[in-house]
Design a binder for this molecule. Structure first.
Ligand code: NDP
Length: 453
């Protein structure tokens, strides 16, 4: 069995660190500590829990440059995007600092009883299994509402961002959160099985691939524990004939290419009506060609390597299989280790991997359609359900489509993006449950019915 995790800089292959895996005894001790801490933590006044959030924001601010560099070194994200990710964590903290108290207030429900209401109690110790693509944001999006609601958290982060996982635990401790409130587990898939089976763990949250989601949901189900799954996406970006391309093209390119294309809510299938097709291709290609590839640590870099070489190889394979089925390469499709060139594929049809599967990298699949009806039909032809976006000047017509979209989100003239104020999550094989907003705060609470006669 593997006893250590090595991390590497995906841009140049340099080894970064070696981490020893927690022993079984370490894991059990962490669970016990979590359990003991939670008893006092949930009894602490909410105002005191909220106060610690501001300390945490200060710690993050103080260490912003160092944390951003760590993200970039471990998973290859351009430095400016790492900084933006860190800043977004503080926006999230501010949001819950202002709203947590109100979100957790009892909800009075009038009945014939003298008093009846719902009270929101924490569930206990919650396990988070998190991915590498937004190594801080994904963790904070789970941890801030979950901990503020009175739970404690255990993090099993993606192994290639173990340094980030340890840095996050340190931030919580330095901010004054009690020991055991947020702990990082340095463990592998077997360790996670043991953890989920343990009675101390009350629920699981996972962000990651469909495969990991199925496994974690199976383990949680077997142990009768609730799970929240935020899995992959294959978002359609519909371009209608009245879209204002000049105004929105930067957003459209960003929707696919930010984080070097490694985002679950990225636009992956561009469904373009034929009237605007040539103009779309011309403008889109020109902007994609303007992306500046280079060392992710340079602030001028806007496109870099993927987080691991194996991920770049998977992407290349998806593209090559699509080419075999008739897709045409407009630009790109060159790989060098973990770097995969931004790629635009045209002539894409529904049976190709780039249409059916999630492509986790800078690949834009372009589908030409006759009209609006065909565009929406093609968009919904997916087993994923994270989000759909449409670019059009006809808001009324787009609004009439709201009930037709089966996804967790529908964005008009904007890329699908997460926002602390709005619920976030998917349908179909993109998972279930909602993070962020009030929904995220109530994801891991016991909604207890109180009836006083
Ligand atoms: P995974 O889904 O395998 O990894 C995500 C997290 O789940 C990691 O912490 C991983 O740990 C953990 N994990 C995976 N399998 C298990 C298991 N059986 N038991 C316990 N923990 C598990 O993502 P990959 O890194 O392999 O990326 C593959 C693909 O997944 C991408 O190409 C993309 O399509 C999709 N993905 C989607 C994301 C999203 O935001 N929705 C994020 C990341 C990936 P470990 O690192 O130790 O394997």
């Amino acid at each position: 069995m593997k006893k250590e995790i090595n991390t590497y800089n995906p841009y140049n292959g340099d080894k970064l660190e070696t981490y020893t895996l927690n022993s079984n005894e370490d894991l059990i001790n962490k669970l016990k500590l979590a359990d003991n801490t939670q008893k006092d933590w949930k009894a602490l006044e909410i105002s005191k829990r909220i106060k610690l959030l501001q300390n945490l924001a200060n710690e993050i601010d103080k260490n912003k440059d160092e944390l951003s560099e760590l993200i970039t070194k471990e998973m290859g994200k351009p430095l400016l995007e790492s900084k933006a990710e860190i800043e977004k964590c503080n926006l999230l903290i501010d949001f819950y600092t202002i709203n947590a108290d109100q979100f957790l207030q009892d909800d009075i429900i009038e009945t014939e009883a003298h008093e009846s209401f719902i009270s929101y109690d924490p569930l206990g110790c919650i396990l988070a299994v998190m991915p590498w693509n937004y190594p801080f944001w994904q963790v904070f999006r789970f941890a801030i509402p979950t901990l503020t609601a009175g739970n404690v958290g255990l993090l099993k982060h993606a192994s290639n961002v173990t340094g980030c996982a340890i840095a996050i635990e340190k931030l919580f401790l330095n901010a004054g959160f009690p020991e055991g409130c947020f702990q990082t587990l340095v463990t592998d898939h077997n360790g996670i099985e043991t953890i989920i089976e343990n009675d101390i763990v009350k629920a699981v949250s996972l962000t990651g691939s469909e495969k990991a989601g199925r496994k974690i949901a199976e383990l949680a189900g077997k142990n009768l524990k609730p799970s929240l799954l935020e899995l992959g996406g294959n978002n359609a970006c519909i371009i209608l004939k009245d879209a204002d391309l000049r105004k929105h093209m930067d957003t459209i390119v960003k929707a696919r290419m930010q984080n070097s294309g490694q985002s679950c809510i990225a636009a992956k299938r561009f469904i373009v009506v034929e009237e605007l097709y040539d103009e779309f291709i011309k403008q889109f290609k020109s902007k994609v060609e303007d992306l500046n590839y280079g060392n992710p640590l340079y602030e001028t870099t806007t496109m870099s390597c993927l987080a691991r070489e194996d991920l770049a190889k998977i992407l290349e394979e998806q593209v090559n299989k699509s080419i075999d089925l008739g897709a045409k390469v407009l630009i790109g499709n060159q790989r060098d280790s973990a770097y995969y060139q931004p790629t635009i594929l045209t002539n894409v049809t529904a049976e190709m991997p780039v249409f059916k599967e999630e492509t986790f990298g800078p690949v834009a699949a372009i589908i030409k359609v006759k009209d609006e009806d065909e565009a929406y039909k093609s968009a919904s032809q997916s087993k994923f359900g994270l989000g759909t976006m449409v670019f059009t000047s006809n808001y009324d017509a787009a609004s009439k489509r709201i009930s037709e979209i089966e996804d967790g989100a529908f964005f008009i003239n904007e890329m699908v993006k997460s926002d602390p104020r709005l619920p976030f999550g998917g349908t179909k094989i993109s998972g279930y449950g909602r993070e962020l907003s009030k929904e995220g705060m109530l994801a891991f609470v016991n909604k207890k019915t109180i009836y006083i006669n």
